[in-house]
Design a protein around this ligand. Sequence first.
Ligand code: 9G3
Length: 567
Amino acid sequence: MKQSATFIPTLRETPADAEVKSHQLLLRAGFIRQNTSGIYSFLPLGKRVLDKVEKIIREEMENAGSVEVFLPAMQQAELWQETGRWYSYGDELMRLKDRNGREFALGATHEEVITDLLRDEIKSYKKLPLNLYQIQSKFRDEKRPRFGLLRGREFLMKDAYSFHSTTESLDETYDVMMQAYKNIFTRLGLDFRMVIADSGAIGGKDNHEFMVLSDIGEDTIAYSDTSSYAANIEMAQVNIEYSVPDITAEEMEKVETPDQKKIAEVAEFFGTDAENCIKTLVFKADEEFVVVLSRGDHEVNDVKVKHATDAKVVEMATPEEVKELIGCEIGSIGPVALPENIRVIADNAVKTIVNGIAGANEPGYHYKNVTPEQDFQVEKYADLRFIKEGDPSPDGQGTIRFAEGIEVGHIFKLGTRYSEDMKATILNDQGRAVPYIMGCYGIGVSRVVAAVAEQFNDDDGFTWPAVAAPYDVHVVPVNMKDDVQRETAAEIYTLLKSKRFEVLMDDRNERAGVKFADADLIGLPVRITVGKKAADGILEVKIRSTGETFEWKQEELLEQLEQVFQN
Ligand code: 9G3
């Protein structure tokens, strides 16, 4: 492609409202343009990267036995009403009306649509398993779109759905798709981790996210520094065998603590530390109050409280509710002598406290020498706290570290959540009508483009890996007015294209400095400069990712390039 014939509007300046490197460079190098908040156009170079990412995804979906379809973005409201999601999703779900006033959703995801498609077609277990995918724009009216393609309101997703008559069959497909995801992100050269994730609102039991490690990632993952263990911070279990220390429990004593409110102040007042204090919180688990205890130096993880209470919704009780329930402010509550009927659960680490400090359920007072089971009862101990850096990895191998990640993929075992609601059943091998068992598997395709852009760049611009680069080679004739340079460049351009290299040639009448700066910004893997030395058959070559430069004889060009692109 000749640059005089394409559309690559590079910018000198960094656009003010672009906060992260990938967004800045995608704008400056003329890959994308924003139409409005969270909505982007892919310009020619951006579209070519998108296509390369899609190509890898299609190959791996094909290998995994997933078959491509293309579903409508316009989804009749009735489908979402069948699953209740028309009502449970709020402003994030884009809704519109057709000319007859009928309501539609703009597809944020396609569980309803694909289940509706299959329930009319698949009636026997003999037709399963089936694994279908599409690559399609999704619409989600994010409250705060940001970071360019990383969190948009219209974005490209590969979403696959699998259908099974047995859980074993789902497990098999799930593992095959998991491997396909690892292949995709590995082939793209992304530094990713597969993490155990919380099923969140979508339900289902197993699910895993694929996170590209990045300081600008919005998710925190806890991973082992020696094994492959990694989990979303909400899900990382704390697997520590706590033992009760062998010290004598003393008589509990109420002490006046007029000015000490925070755990740190109270600990200091008693000349001890947060580990020896009991933090008392009150949650509402599906409308039932639950007192949750943790060690003073730990944070309670509400997702784990939800799992421990088997509740659908868990939230902190309000100060008024606490006052009503226990009779004092949040800052003074403790586990001793609580009203009889209140449930008390505690994080496992609490059992290690002997002669600890706790609120006295009376403003301005605390108890010292508080010991679990002696001074208060606990209904059950469970893993209720957030894991911390330095904790042992739950798989027993290594120590936990934290990292930020960009979620680029998420795979779920859905179970029958959608097929039940939508009465999508098959006759099983006993002739009974049963809802099919489903899995779903998403990749944020446009988000992957941004994740690759985020990982592959330097101070001068992009350093695209060959697998994702818009073109393989950038041919840059320095002076288009010089016959030798212009003709040599044209010769090389034709030769390389004939050998199936993807070539971009900068045939603009621009100064050398502008051409080199744009070439570095666009960041193709190899730049071939056709300058003065072309008259002696010498080409100046630059490997963009390493910055190395070479002089190649023109007649060696093909074999040298083959060398560069094969490794
Ligand atoms: C909505 C809106 C936003 C949403 C959803 C629905 C996330 C929604 C979860 C999924 C699960 C999987 C298939 C591909 C892989 C992910 N945000 N999710 O269902 F209406 Cl507005 O999308 N879907």
